[in-house]
Design a protein around this ligand. Structure first.
Ligand SMILES: C[S@@+](CC[C@H](N)C(=O)[O-])C[C@H]1O[C@@H](n2cnc3c(N)ncnc32)[C@H](O)[C@@H]1O
Length: 223
């Protein structure tokens, strides 16, 4: 099972996420995946008209919804390959009565896959984000899985290329060893640490706190 889950992504880069599917989706969630999701794919036309925010690995999307509400004039793009997480977000951003997107969430776009496919897409090559969020990335704590960590220097350099002039990358993790590892990776990039403190809503993984640490640590980075 583990071997199958760790196969390469379509990008030929190592897979950085666990499962793509969890338990079977409810009829409503499956409907949302089939009928609403295709309409809110990130669109090339939007890239120059609005300020853009990206959240990578949004899980069930609590923080992404918070971003959408606090930044009504921005387009907020979320990337998440775990279908049940995508379905949970779709369910929370639509009305139960007619499955339409609530007004406050109309600025959300979803890329239901590995974010690297979006960032490497030739149509999005010159896309620049004002904010890029990565909250509780999978820590891959076993030494033999370390190479599956998403926030390695190559990926951080890719994010750096996609930052606007005043753009920030915001990373949070309660896995302190992974945090230190990311700080080491930064030495092979031009990114600078602007701040290490942040006050944001608790995400599902933060509440689970599998690492058992007392609090998450944050990095706010800029070019
Ligand atoms: C530990 S969970 C945290 C979820 C959420 N941010 C939270 O704090 O509740 C990490 C998430 O990152 C996603 N992920 C891992 N690699 C990814 C990638 N290459 N692109 C997009 N999402 C990814 C996983 O599917 C998973 O849902």
């Amino acid at each position: 099972m583990e071997k199958q889950e760790l196969k390469h992504t379509e990008t030929h880069e190592l897979r950085t996420f666990g499962r793509r599917h969890g338990k079977k989706l409810s009829t409503r969630k499956q409907y949302l995946m089939d009928s609403v999701l295709p309409d809110i794919a990130p669109k090339i036309a939007e890239k120059s008209n609005n300020s853009l925010i990206l959240e990578i690995g949004f899980g069930n999307g609590e923080h992404l919804r918070d971003l959408a509400v606090s930044n009504p004039d921005s387009i907020v793009i979320g990337a998440e390959p775990f279908a049940n997480g995508v379905a949970a977000l779709l369910s929370a951003m639509t009305t139960e009565s007619d499955n339409s997107i609530m007004n406050k969430y109309k600025n959300i776009r979803i890329h239901p896959d590995d974010v690297r496919l979006l960032l490497h897409d030739e149509n999005f090559q010159d896309i620049k984000f004002n904010e890029i969020w990565v909250l509780h990335p999978d820590p891959w704590p076993k030494a033999r899985h370390e190479k599956r960590r998403l926030l390695n220097h190559d990926f951080l350099n890719l994010l750096s290329e996609h930052l606007s002039n005043t753009g920030k990358i915001i990373i949070g993790t309660d896995h302190w060893e992974y945090y230190d590892w990311i700080v080491e990776q930064l030495k092979q990039t031009n990114l600078k640490i602007k701040s290490t403190s942040l006050d944001i809503i608790k995400t599902r993984y933060q509440i689970k706190n599998k690492a058992g640490t007392s609090e998450p640590k944050y990095l706010v980075l800029s070019n």
